[in-house]
Ligand binder design. Structure first.
Ligand code: HPA
Length: 247
């Protein structure tokens, strides 16, 4: 190997050990690998595991008769951009919908509500380093956003559509920052949507983030582990409807 070359496993990419064709073109992407396994067991039919590098579990099965995969993203923008890039570039994936959790910012958004991210602000350098001199607007696929909004109308839960803040810092003790974001209509904070949107845009693919509100930044209210599971199902239904639109 000459200097600068990256060693590659015989099958797969540096971070995914699947063979070509192992992933469906449409992929659900939770952060947590155990949630990926649970989605495979309870939401997909006939799912088989296709990768487990670094404990990041991926499965392919079907949903409503259409081939669908699930792959965990891990936490944060660096992690999600690695998996999304490798899926789009090397596995023929065309659509990824992140299914995750978020912390609500304004009082108008409650724990258990769903937030569909129509834009993602970020404190990551990613929006500035991709094109020199430009701060990129990080946004989802309009087609997926519209399909998710339509699917959300069938759900009894409150669904909010608007900007989220994808932070590089979970333990960010800056109340004034959240006040400023709230004044600009930001609904929730999470840690991956901006990275996923940036990669999808660069790779000519489609992405969306559908989030369950698991905690509230202002009140400190938070879902229990059990509530996270049941409330997550609505997010999954909305995300799958978006993935299946026009396929
Ligand atoms: N901050 C960042 N990410 C999150 C949060 C939060 O409060 N809640 C769920 N994901």
């Amino acid at each position: 190997m000459t200097p600068g070359q990256v060693s590659r496993p015989v099958t797969g990419t540096p971070h995914i050990a699947a063979r070509p064709g192992d992933f469906a073109p449409i992929v659900l992407m939770p952060g947590d690998p155990r949630r990926a396994r649970r989605i495979a067991e309870t939401f997909l039919q006939d799912a088989r595991q296709v990768t487990d590098v670094r404990g990041i579990l991926g499965y392919t099965g079907s949903h409503r008769g259409v081939s669908m995969s699930v792959l965990a993203s891990g936490m944060g923008i660096p992690s999600v951009t690695i998996y999304a890039t490798e899926l789009f570039r090397h596995y023929g994936v065309r659509r990824i919908v992140r299914v995750g959790t978020a912390g609500a910012i304004p009082a108008s958004v409650s724990v258990r509500d769903v937030v569909i991210a129509s834009a993602a602000h970020t404190d990551s350098s990613l929006s500035r380093v991709l094109i020199d001199g430009v701060t990129l607007a990080l946004a989802p696929s309009y087609r997926l956003l519209r399909a998710a909004a339509d699917a959300a109308e069938k759900e009894p839960t409150a669904v909010h559509i608007g900007p989220v803040f994808s932070s590089d810092h979970f333990y960010l003790d800056r109340p004034a920052l959240f006040d400023a974001l709230e004044r600009r209509g930001t609904l929730a904070v999470e840690m991956e949507a901006a990275g996923l949107y940036a990669v999808a845009c660069a790779e000519g693919a489609e992405a969306l983030a559908v989030l369950t509100v698991s905690d509230h930044l202002r009140t400190g209210e938070a879902l229990t582990a059990e509530e996270r599971e049941t409330d997550f199902d609505r997010t999954l239904r909305i995300a799958a409807s978006a993935l299946l639109t026009d396929v």
